[in-house]
Each structure stands twice: as structure tokens, then as C-alpha cells.
Write a protein that binds this ligand. Structure first.
Ligand code: ZN
Length: 219
């Protein structure tokens, strides 16, 4: 029996290319190599610390050949015993893993960007929708209020003489002012004091205030 060589140690070179390839793959996967003194080239095993491990004897020449090398490659790829701390060995293996990880990372980052953009768009759409709803509700309230005012206005106008209602309001106020002036002039000619004269004078004062309020209003 020889000694175990680890994946970082030098392994003897097999004479057949297919075994060189299979052994290189086993070594990259962290397998170990055991020299045999005679008959065999050696034994490879996935772990030296497990009894129930994958192992494969390799002969120097003759028996088995390419098929055996392929069987070893399959065994290496299917091995369920890789130690958690076992790392792939060799620059090519590290580079391969780096590329794999890079691709996975790029895929995730792109997906995250798409998700983020979709989320932003969705949030913005929600905001716009809420604003639109507010505008619509506001418009609806204004519309209802306008209808209400319109109904109130037409109810009020029914109480007014149709001829006056048809005139511009400024002219109606001017008419009221003229009548007020006429009434004031007429009342001045009444010399005798009486409750009736006082009542008319008081009413004229109230009418004066009413007309002035109307003239200040935006007609
Ligand atoms: Zn194994």
C-alpha cells in the first residue's frame, strides 16, 4: 500500500489520454489518489475519511480503458460525498465556478432591475389613479353644487316679475334707485309730521341701504 495524495498534490501521469482526463477531473473535484505498488496504477476515492465512499481502481494498461475512464468520470460527477469545505481545485475549475456565479448574479440583478422598474411603474400608476379619482370626485362635487345653485336660482327667479327677471340686474337696481329718489322728493313736500310720514321715511332709509348694498355687489 502506498500513501494518499490529496487533490493539491502531484498525481502520477497515466499513459492513456482518457485516463489522464478522468483523473484530472477527479482531482479538480477534490478526490484523492492512492498508489499501488504493483498490478494497478492506483485507486482514486472521493474522501479518505469515509468508509462508504466512492472509489475506483485504475489499471495501468490493458483491461478496461476508455469505458472505465468514462465510468470514473460519471462516478466523480455523481458523487454525493463532497466535503462541505472541499473546493474545486485548479485555476480552470475556479474560473468555471466564477463564471457560473457571475452568470447567476447577472441574471438575478437583471431580474431585480426589471422587478424594481415594474414596481416603480405600478406605484406611479397607483398614484396617478388616486389623483385622477380625487379630480373626478372634486369635479363631481362641483357639478352637483352647480346643479343645486342653478335649481335655487331658477326657484328664486320664479318669485320675480318675468319682465324684470329678463332685464339686466344693473338696470333693475338703477330703476329702484330712481324710484327711491322720486319717493324721497315726494316725501320732502309733505310738511305735516305723522306716523305714516315717519313710517315711509324709515322704509326709504332701509331701501337706500338695500340699494347701496346691491350697487356694491358684483352684478
Ligand atoms: Zn463519493
Amino acid at each position: 500500500m502506498g500513501t494518499w495524495r490529496g487533490p493539491a498534490d502531484r498525481w502520477p501521469e497515466h499513459s492513456k489520454q482518457w485516463f489522464q482526463d478522468a483523473l484530472a477531473e477527479a482531482r479538480s473535484a477534490g478526490w484523492h489518489f492512492l498508489d499501488f505498488s504493483s498490478h494497478s496504477f492506483g485507486l482514486v476515492a472521493c474522501r479518505v475519511d469515509l468508509e462508504d465512499r466512492c472509489e475506483f481502481p485504475i489499471f495501468s494498461t490493458g483491461r478496461a480503458g476508455e469505458d472505465a475512464a468514462q465510468t470514473l468520470q460519471k462516478m466523480v460527477r455523481r458523487c454525493p460525498h463532497r466535503a462541505p469545505e472541499a473546493k474545486p481545485f485548479g485555476a480552470a475549475a475556479h474560473l468555471g465556478r466564477a463564471e457560473d456565479s457571475l452568470k447567476k448574479g447577472q441574471r438575478l440583478a437583471s431580474a431585480a432591475e426589471v422587478c424594481l422598474a415594474a414596481q416603480d411603474a405600478s406605484n406611479h400608476a397607483q398614484e396617478l389613479l388616486e389623483q385622477a379619482m380625487e379630480v373626478v370626485e372634486h369635479a363631481q362635487r362641483n357639478f352637483d353644487e352647480a346643479l343645486e345653485e342653478e335649481r335655487a336660482a331658477s326657484e328664486l327667479l320664479k318669485t320675480v316679475d318675468p319682465d324684470l327677471a329678463a332685464m339686466p340686474t344693473v338696470a333693475v337696481v338703477e330703476g329702484a334707485a330712481e324710484h327711491h329718489r322720486d319717493a324721497t322728493r315726494s316725501l320732502r313736500r309733505v310738511t305735516k309730521e305723522s306716523p305714516r310720514k315717519r313710517a315711509v321715511g324709515k322704509a326709504l332709509g332701509e331701501l337706500r341701504a338695500q340699494i347701496e348694498a346691491l350697487q356694491r355687489a358684483d352684478l
